[in-house]
Design a protein around this ligand. Sequence first.
Ligand code: AMP
Ligand code: GLY
Length: 431
Amino acid sequence: MRVLVVGGGGREHALCWKLRQSPRLEELYCAPGNPGIGEIADLVPRSVDEIHELADFAASIRVDLTVVGPELPLSLGLVDEFEKRGLAVFGPRRAAAEIEGSKVFAKEFMARHGIPTAAFEIAHDEASARAAARRFGLPVVLKADGLAAGKGVVLPADEAELEAALALFFGERRFGNAADRLVVEERLVGEEVSFIALADGENVLPLAAAKDYKRLGDGDSGPNTGGMGAHSPAGVLGAEAANWVLEHVMRPTLAGLAQENRPFRGFLYAGLMLTPEGPRVLEFNARLGDPEGQVLLLRLEDDLVELLAAGATDRFPAGRLRFRKEAAACVVLASPGYPDQPLCGEPLGGLDAARAEEGVEVFHAGTARDAEGRLVSAGGRVLNVCATGAGLAEALRRAYGAAQRVEWPGKVLRRDIGRRVLGAHAGQEES
Ligand code: AMP
Ligand code: GLY
């Protein structure tokens, strides 16, 4: 099969790495990809929002399957465009991707279908947002309706922070139209976990649970980021709870979307808070998580080409996905200044030494070649140093050991990925 992957980050590098292992794969393309992906796939110089040009390219090479990584092309209707031209693609159409693209839609959808989530109100202006926040009481959570690159969620703890947040959304209009409507919701407390499943419109095949670390600094301090590390197993979701999530979140979500004429094919991602009252959905994403995808693909045993081709055009074969018993961990190396103003163009070395360590894979996220052909940093999140190991402790030890091998004096990384989970759950393993 000829396969095209759309995207150019660590998640897409991991997707390409996994697709490459399939005996069904003949040719692999990635648009736009990155230098790491370029070692295992043919790069297509198209950005992810050029959906018509991407469809032209896919048609010209008669691609058998396209896999979409990031959210933007999904909400621009890439899948709708490809399907119109008879091109098989694994990803949700624009209408189904709204589960991520509009937080107001997602919350009202969950309310309609009885999917457990934080209590909420929708606010259309500053006064109604303030009134709703006071009804819930502080601390509260404010979320811009539209896509805001992970920065549209604010958790004001007191009146001053609430006023500053309202000024950001309505005065400064930092998020533009994305904040024309706000979700105001109850603040939940608990452990977060990412639950991702493959969906074919009717059936879900759950991946193993994963945990990501969204805050920049150790001990969950500092600003929210796209994710500074991940591991699977998550260490916080037992088999029984995972089954509960499957029955009370994933299946009803898929059924509800189908019923509302928005059948969902693709990676369906529920970000959950494990509260004392049970799991609650914080958000849905219409894609594989990044960096959760990296650790999940390291553990997945099944043939990804076969699975995604079935999911794109038909139904999944019956059965469950198989995962290696080993754990997998990922440590993100980010640029100084990330997430606000990442400093780019710094030379990167030592990748071969890092990759040579046992169980280690290094995925490129934001890298480029400079005029002399040297590998340099070219984004906020730059490298994903990943490792498998007999258990979480070994996977993390290997990933951190390999991260030390990367020669990049400016690299920013969290030192505590997995630490709290290991401390609390020493010796316990889950699938
Ligand atoms: P979201 O993009 O909706 O997942 O929100 C980003 C982050 O904000 C989440 O990963 C949580 O850490 C936090 N968050 C969102 N909603 C809530 C909530 N209702 N209670 C507590 N924390 C939340
Ligand atoms: N790691 C969080 C996300 O992919 O949205």
